[in-house]
Design a protein around this ligand. Structure first.
Ligand SMILES: [Zn+2]
Length: 422
């Protein structure tokens, strides 16, 4: 059940696709030859820390074992048991309210026969382990990596068309690499990854689609490697014309395989991702919205005296990155001059409480009001997401143009190889 392999150091980086997350800049390889097939390795996925989710059932019943592996209870067919915590101990409770004794966590629930386990009302492959968190029961799905990927890949790339399968296969390889390098990283945690947006979004069996399950199966054992080591492979929705080197977006050194790559279709003025909804976009904000956004967000990203940035008088692109994105944005207000850098810009230029800016690949046009402050700010942008690594829309465009998943991965991650972990 628990990860049976020696663990690489935990990445400092949350999530491959998240715009706020730096990439994992640490490359890790498991020592020895203990893992033949990465996909058969077990991963521990935190599903929830709400008590509502701490419930199991299964059509043929469920066995419950303690941390020593001894059977402590058996749930009958479709009987829903729930779990409670007290300090570091947990117990299972039958539907009629009769509990087991308190036991040191975890209690592990396993479906009888080949049936799926229903956890918190949703079907999952693998087992469930229930731990005592600080304030609630932690629900962890203990599942083979490839079974986890079946519930990840469709949510991360979101296509169901067989004609896109090379793109989905590329996504499966990046997702498997991400899972692999997060195994056992933090000994203080009872899970390797979360099932939410901090890591890769995981929906269990309900999320599975034929095209993504086929992609997981047909890329079995394969991960992305650079210099012989498994690497984290960040990706984002739509690059807008060219991907970004990691240092353009995050405060990190460039990995040699995270360089800017053109998504232009050779010999044309078109791009592999130009069919995506946010390939080109415009956002317009009036002066009041701009000032409210600065007041709410600016101080989190640059020094703002008294946390009062004042009224904006000018906003301009001060420098560009290699791929043409905004490197630094200069903001002048009646209280001073401020500079924003890289991905931080996306978290400031947004309506209060609203969605972050689609990308840093944009130009700005500020129209002054009668008093010299900004009356209206128009942002003309390209793409959606941080832009580092694989462009998912471009991968789909390339798949439709006949490229296979290895070509797609080698293009977006120059110098990498695709192969088994050892
Ligand atoms: Zn692209």
């Amino acid at each position: 059940m628990a990860t049976p392999v020696a663990a690489p150091p935990r990445s400092s980086a949350p999530r491959a696709a998240d715009p706020s997350a730096p990439p994992n800049t640490r490359r890790a390889a498991l020592p020895g030859a203990s893992v033949r097939n990465v996909g058969d390795t077990t991963i521990r996925v935190l599903l929830s820390s709400t008590s509502q989710a701490a419930r199991v059932a299964s059509p043929n019943g469920v066995t419950l074992t303690n941390r020593d592996g001894s059977l402590i209870a058996r749930a009958a067919r479709d009987e829903v048991w729930h779990f409670e915590r007290e300090g570091r101990r947990v117990r299972a409770v039958r539907p009629d309210g009769v509990p087991t004794v308190w036991t040191d966590a975890p209690i592990v629930a396993r479906a009888v026969g080949a049936a799926l386990l229903n956890i918190g009302g949703k079907p999952y492959r693998g087992d469930a382990a229930f731990y005592a968190g600080d304030t609630s029961v932690l629900v962890v799905n203990v599942v083979k990596i490839d079974d986890y990927l079946r519930g990840v890949v469709p949510l991360e790339i979101g296509t169901k068309s067989m004609s896109d399968s090379a793109a989905v296969q590329a996504q499966a390889v990046t997702a498997r690499s991400y899972a692999y390098i997060h195994l056992g990283g933090d000994a203080r945690r009872v899970y390797d990854v979360t099932g939410g947006v901090l890591d890769q979004v995981y929906g269990g069996v309900a999320a599975e689609t034929p095209v993504s399950s086929e992609a997981v199966e047909s890329t079995r054992t394969l991960v992305l490697k650079y210099d012989g080591r498994v690497v984290n492979a960040p990706y984002s929705s739509t690059c807008g014309g060219a991907t970004a080197a990691a240092s353009e977006i995050w405060r990190s050194n460039d990995e040699p395989y995270l360089q800017s790559v053109s998504d232009r279709i050779p010999g044309t003025e078109r791009f592999y991702c130009d069919g995506a909804p946010r390939f080109r976009w415009t956002r317009t904000m009036d002066g009041a919205t701009v000032n409210a956004a600065l007041a709410q967000y600016l101080a989190a990203y640059t020094a703002v005296p008294g946390r009062k940035p004042g009224v904006a008088r000018a906003i301009a692109v001060a420098s560009h990155t290699e791929s043409g994105r905004v490197g630094t944005l200069a903001i002048s207000t009646d209280r001073g001059n401020f500079t924003l850098r890289g991905n931080d810009i996306r978290y400031v230029l947004r309506p209060p409480g609203g969605e972050i800016l689609n990308s840093t690949y944009f130009s700005v046009e500020a129209v002054p009001a009668a008093d010299g402050s900004i009356g209206r700010l128009t942002i003309h942008g390209n793409g959606y997401g941080h832009g580092v690594g694989m462009c998912q829309s471009g991968a789909i465009g390339r798949a439709r143009a006949g490229q296979d998943f290895r070509t797609i991965l080698h293009t977006y991650y120059p110098g990498t190889t695709v192969g088994p972990a050892e």
